[in-house]
Write a protein that binds this ligand. Structure first.
Ligand SMILES: [Zn+2]
Ligand SMILES: [Zn+2]
Length: 261
């Protein structure tokens, strides 16, 4: 299972309101819509596709349902039920470790020449705001939905654990694209930002056009990028030019292979 479009939209609406409240309307994602930003209007279009569930249907059709067949096969033959009787917080932590690891590698593979034509849709925004998170190719969405559904089914976590994880993950994915900014690196909470939860600037760097930023910060949590050598620190208040059309001009496979060095 994954968070339904209604759930994701409610979370997005809530975070948009919080952003207006904390940063003020002129500096919020709302201010970007309308005539001000063609990029934000495209984001709104992708949000509509997501909200109407058209994206899921399109993804299913374009991929010929292959992902769902693989999901079905794995669930039937590989369900382990490890978390069936586990404590809520242990289950939540286990699901987070497995899903963030899978997300990291799937995202990294999406930067390979085979999948870049699909994933570059997400990288085509020239400005970022909270709902840029919804700017995704239908096949990209299908891959993520199938992936998360598979890990949940294989581990055997409860409904409460799954829904809690998807809500927290949904909030964090939206925040990573938001106009919020924070820097805990020089505080007592540095460990959280360094290893557990990246700041929006650090995901914005993933969308940057500058070559040193290509193929960096793939994860929702920094730990996998640090372990697999793709972490890139973000300078405080670093100005980033977005729209990372990297593979239009240069094949990205050599960068993908950096792990093998
Ligand atoms: Zn990417
Ligand atoms: Zn992104």
């Amino acid at each position: 299972m994954a968070l339904s479009p209604v759930g994701a939209l409610l979370i997005a609406a809530l975070l948009l309101a919080v952003e207006v409240g904390l940063k003020g309307y002129p500096h919020s994602s709302f201010a970007a819509f309308g005539a001000k930003s063609p990029s934000a209007n495209v984001d709104a279009f992708y949000m509509f596709l997501y909200a109407s569930n058209l994206k899921n249907s399109l993804g299913l059709m374009i991929s010929f349902g292959i992902g769902h067949l693989i999901h079905h096969w794995i669930v039937v033959h590989c369900s382990l039920g490890i978390l069936a009787n586990a404590n809520f917080f242990v289950s939540l932590a286990a699901l987070a470790i497995v899903n963030t690891f899978l997300f990291y590698w799937v995202h990294r593979i999406m930067h390979s020449p085979l999948f870049w034509p699909v994933h570059k849709v997400h990288h085509s925004a020239t400005e970022m705001n909270l709902i840029t998170n919804f700017r995704n190719h239908p096949v990209n969405i299908t891959i993520e939905v199938v992936l998360y559904a598979t890990s949940t089914a294989v581990l055997g976590g409860s409904f409460a654990v799954s829904i809690s994880y998807y809500i927290l993950n949904g909030i964090y994915q939206l925040l990573a694209h938001s106009n919020f900014s924070w820097d805990l690196r020089h505080t007592h909470f540095a460990f959280i930002q360094n290893w557990l939860l990246l700041a929006p600037e650090e995901h914005r760097l993933h969308h940057s056009q500058a070559e040193p930023h290509w193929h960096k910060n793939f994860g929702v949590v920094p730990i996998w990028d640090r372990i697999f050598g793709t972490w890139q620190e973000c300078e405080q208040n670093e100005a980033l030019i977005l729209a990372c059309l990297i593979c239009e001009t240069k094949p990205c496979w050599p960068h993908f292979r950096v792990y093998g060095k």
